[in-house]
Design a binder for this molecule. Structure first.
Ligand SMILES: [Zn+2]
Ligand SMILES: [Zn+2]
Length: 282
């Protein structure tokens, strides 16, 4: 009993510390039953390049942010409910090692740990949390996940027409359905992807055609009642507005002293005597 009390006090202290590090840039994190399971730095594949991000694994959410001052100050907080998360291990490829995908309905991205052991620990702990959550809530994991965006520098030319060379003027765009890097004319269409947004989103011409075929099929399959035509959602039309194309991630911010973090600390720290001891000790 005493142990548990001490642990819960320690847990509350840890959570308060995380809140403190994000300051006013983050949301309150203390909540009944929430436990900090582990924390560490992972390299997150962003639109322009891989970047170090601080991650905090709680038993119900995954929180990450930019490192302003290591272990003291973070900003650009993102909170992902674990119930919506699906992990997918990635094979090592060149410099990209110890990685896996974090996929949700609205956003998917790749992260990389410093070592294979850390990757194993991170993945096992996250999976365990997800499993516990779904068992408790009786919910099903989501079946649809947002595409992982192909990083800009992996496409010198449009992945759809295979012609357009990207330049300062010929800007890169991302298809919200498949994640391809495509040119403006090859992504002039919009489509409502309900798991991501109520607003029509940029899609490549290939996905646009496929989505419309799917929509036609599902409309045929239903008795056409009022509103049936709306079901698939469409947002055709040519999109002159590419300004919102840059907004979709935390990637376009100025780099904030993030190269100072790499002075040899082990990346993943599972919380000792906390929830994680139960995670690992089976
Ligand atoms: Zn193109
Ligand atoms: Zn596409």
């Amino acid at each position: 009993m005493v142990d548990r009390l001490v642990n819960s006090e320690a847990n509350a202290r840890r959570i308060a510390m995380v809140e403190n590090c994000f300051g006013s840039s983050g949301q309150p994190l203390a909540e009944q039953g929430r436990v900090l399971v582990g924390e560490g730095v992972l390299t997150k594949m962003c639109r322009k390049k891989p970047k170090a991000r601080q991650f905090f694994l709680f038993n119900d959410i995954l929180v990450y942010g930019n490192i302003v001052i290591n272990k003291k100050k973070y900003n650009k907080q993102h909170v992902i409910p674990l119930e919506e998360v699906k992990l997918e291990s990635l094979k090592d490829e060149g410099q990209y090692r110890n990685g896996w995908l974090i996929r949700t309905a609205s956003k998917s991205f790749a992260v990389y740990a410093a070592t294979a052991t850390e990757k194993e620990e991170w993945m096992a702990h996250i999976e365990k949390c997800i499993e516990d959550l779904l068992r408790k809530s009786g919910k099903q994991p989501p079946s649809e996940h947002a595409a992982v965006w192909v990083p800009d520098n992996e496409a010198a030319i449009c992945m759809h027409c295979k012609k357009t060379q990207f330049t300062v003027l010929n800007r890169r765009h991302h298809c919200r359905k498949c994640g391809s890097v495509v040119c403006g004319p090859c992504s002039s269409k919009r489509f409502v992807l309900r798991t991501q947004s109520e607003k029509p989103l940029r899609v490549c011409l290939q996905c646009y055609d496929e989505l419309n075929r799917e929509k036609a099929r599902s409309n045929q399959g239903q008795t056409l009642g009022p509103g049936a035509a709306k079901a698939g959602g469409d947002g055709a039309g040519s999109g002159g507005d590419s300004s919102q194309d840059d907004d979709s991630d935390d990637d376009d911010e100025r780099p904030v002293a993030e190269d100072k973090h790499d002075e040899g600390f082990t990346s993943y720290n599972a919380v000792k005597n906390g929830y994680s001891s139960r995670v690992t000790s089976v």
